[in-house]
Design a protein around this ligand. Structure first.
Ligand SMILES: Cc1ncc(COP(=O)(O)O)c(C=O)c1O
Length: 366
């Protein structure tokens, strides 16, 4: 039995008729840039998240960079974030010239909201929590800190589509939030894409121009922008897939529940609180002898992946930030233990049981 970690091809088998039909329809129309499909996708995201404005962009990375840029964050400013994320979270901060300032994580693998206040200085110009794996950060204290110090919050909700905290959708707690539509996400396109959401009209208007070269019209520009427009095909695919998002997340949650039932020992599955809905973009467990376990599973054609083995402060690119080993012990510990197991919506109970049994076998043999 082969158990894939990634759902991309399974999704395509399932949806190819509709997706190919949409592409065909769009190509026949002869217009693929900033079309009505893009506006319609943006409207659907607003309805889904309960926010006023959305802009479809090229990627989640661009969405982060543009959020920081629109808030006026610049060289010399500091942005507080987590050391456990994908490199793009801090790449975006560094690219606009600001400094990522890390705060260690807590047991749920997200930024430790109790430690953020200590990291605030007069250079702090934003707090950027990351909803790692699809679990919304502990937003109440983060929102309070933002208010207390008058610092805007930018949620890196790249993995947060469909995730909720106390009944509110991820990304809706902040001045502006960034999402990824990368094919590996629960709401994934058939190429790179991303979007921002906000309730602030001025931020929306700035980014709307910025994503399209700063052009007000063909011969009028207010400032130099970039090309970061979501394309019509991906906007249409995301609109279609948005209708399926709830079902995707509910099947992923069902599979995680099965793992909780079948997995016996040496594995920690971070628990969920009653007020959160984890969207489970990734199913992350903490395990002993992680690398050996991974090799063992691959012998049975079970795919797994380490997300990630290196915390952000210890990356080569972070060297000049001045952090060292030992600065964020929890993050460093987690990076040695974490493993993503297959849990996507196209896997059935037998496959989950098979994976769990192999994990259990591995530990009973040692
Ligand atoms: C937490 C996080 N932030 C940012 C990004 C960047 O998004 P994209 O790949 O769409 O640029 C990702 C993508 O994987 C991510 O997981």
């Amino acid at each position: 039995m082969k158990v894939d970690l990634i759902d991309i091809k399974h999704r395509y088998f399932d949806e190819h008729k509709i997706i190919l039909k949409s592409i065909n329809k769009l190509l026949k129309k002869g217009n693929l840039v900033l079309t009505e499909e893009v506006s319609s996708f943006e409207k659907r995201i607003c309805d889904y998240t309960g926010m006023k404005y959305c802009l479809g962009l090229n990627s989640g990375t661009d969405a982060l960079m543009m959020s920081l840029w629109a808030l006026g964050i610049k060289k010399g400013d500091e942005v507080i974030t987590t050391p456990v994320s994908f490199i793009a979270s801090i790449g975006a901060i560094a690219h606009i010239g600001a400094k990522p300032v890390f705060v260690d994580i807590q047991d749920d693998l997200n930024i430790n909201s109790n430690k953020i206040e200590q990291a605030i200085t007069n250079k702090t110009k934003a707090i950027m929590p990351v909803h790692w794996g699809g679990r919304v950060c502990d937003m109440d204290p983060i929102v309070s800190l933002g208010k207390k110090y008058n610092i805007p919050i930018i949620e890196d909700a790249a993995q947060g589509m469909g995730a909720y905290y106390k009944g509110r959708h991820s990304g809706s707690f902040s001045t502006i939030s960034a999402f990824s539509g990368h094919p590996l996400k629960n709401l994934g396109a058939i190429g790179d894409s991303g979007f921002i959401i906000t309730n602030k009209k001025n931020l929306y208007e700035k980014i709307k121009l910025y994503r399209n070269h700063g052009m007000v019209s063909r011969d009028k520009t207010s400032f130099f922008g970039v090309n970061s427009r979501i394309d019509a095909v991906n906007a249409e695919v995301l609109s279609f897939r948005l209708k399926k998002l709830k079902s995707v997340i509910s099947k992923r949650n069902r599979n995680v529940k099965l793992y909780r039932k079948y997995l016996k020992k040496n594995i920690i599955i971070p628990s969920n609180k009653s007020f959160e809905l984890n969207s489970y973009v990734m199913f992350l467990v903490l395990c002993d002898k992680r690398d050996k376990l991974q090799k063992y599973l691959s012998r049975f054609k079970i795919q797994s992946l380490v997300y990630y083995g290196t915390p952000l402060h210890l990356h080569g690119a972070s060297r000049k930030l001045g952090y060292k080993k030992g600065d964020f012990p929890k993050a460093e510990y987690i990076c040695k233990k974490v493993l993503a197991l297959p849990h996507h919506q196209h896997l059935n109970q037998k496959q989950i049981e098979f994976v769990a049994n192999k994990v259990n076998d591995f530990y009973s043999k040692k």
